[in-house]
Write a protein that binds this ligand. Structure first.
Ligand SMILES: Nc1ncnc2c1ncn2[C@@H]1O[C@H](COP(=O)(O)OP(=O)(O)O)[C@@H](O)[C@H]1O
Ligand SMILES: [Mg+2]
Length: 224
């Protein structure tokens, strides 16, 4: 379902160019749960941003669902991202002036859904992550764990096949972390393909597949 063939990312150009990914190859089947681990600065977010169609590889092939997507222009890439990919970030990236419900409903408007349908669907997603009673609160009125629940609900807005979570528990206490991980595992159980960047060895050891990255290269690809 996902195929990377010698994917590299170079930030900048010429002598000042920096190779953040140095030619990465792997395949992931639909429905797999992949943990991505490695030291800070090794290229995990760069990898996820390319996977999530936020960024373009400098070379190599990226096939998503049998289609080459690495060479798509910005417009086509973001259209595809809206329907195929759900992103969860360490820093939540919620809009502070909007309610939880509005944050979750927002991606649906890009997908052309009408307002009533958006509100109903967003309410259902917030219920699913246990936040039904807080749907009208803004991010500042929510705890870190609750904010991350909102962002998981938002990631599900357009029913993506692929969930990409970049250190989603990095700003959370251990109890909230466990709850967020539980939700992410549920998504996997429901058939989503999940990539989870994590520093936590405990989480990594429980994943069915672990990609270890160092200096922009995969140094280990372990399946259980
Ligand atoms: N937009 C950018 N411009 C230049 N260098 C970048 C950019 N983004 C990341 N880098 C560099 O690429 C390397 C990998 O970064 P990143 O993928 O964020 O690592 P990780 O997520 O593993 O901490 C780091 O050395 C970082 O400084
Ligand atoms: Mg990172």
């Amino acid at each position: 379902m996902i195929r990377f063939e010698d994917v590299a990312k170079i930030y900048g150009t010429g002598a000042t160019g920096f190779e953040a990914l140095g030619g990465v190859s792997f395949q992931v089947r639909a429905g797999e749960f992949v943990a991505v681990v490695g030291p800070s600065g090794c290229g995990k977010s760069t990898l996820l941003n390319i996977l999530g169609l936020l960024d373009q590889p400098s070379r190599g092939l990226y096939a998503l669902g049998g289609r080459e997507v690495g060479t798509l222009g910005d417009g086509e890439r973001s259209q595809l991202r809206r329907v195929k990919i759900g992103f969860v970030f360490q820093s939540f990236n919620l809009l502070p002036r909007f309610s939880a419900l509005e944050n979750v409903a927002l991606p649906m408007s890009y997908a052309g859904m009408g307002m009533e349908e958006r509100r109903a669907r967003a309410a259902g997603l917030l219920d699913r992550v246990g936040l039904k009673s807080k749907s009208l609160q803004t991010p500042l009125e929510l705890s870190g764990g609750e904010r991350q629940r909102v962002s998981i609900a938002r990631a599900l807005a357009n029913s993506p096949d692929v969930i990409l979570a970049d250190e989603p528990t990095g700003n959370l206490d251990s109890r909230s972390s466990a709850e967020i991980l539980g939700l992410i595992r549920e998504l996997h159980a429901q058939g989503k393909t999940v990539f989870l960047v994590t520093h936590d060895p405990g989480i990594a050891s429980s994943a069915e597949r672990v990609l270890s990255i160092k200096d922009g290269r995969i140094i280990e690809d372990r399946r259980r």
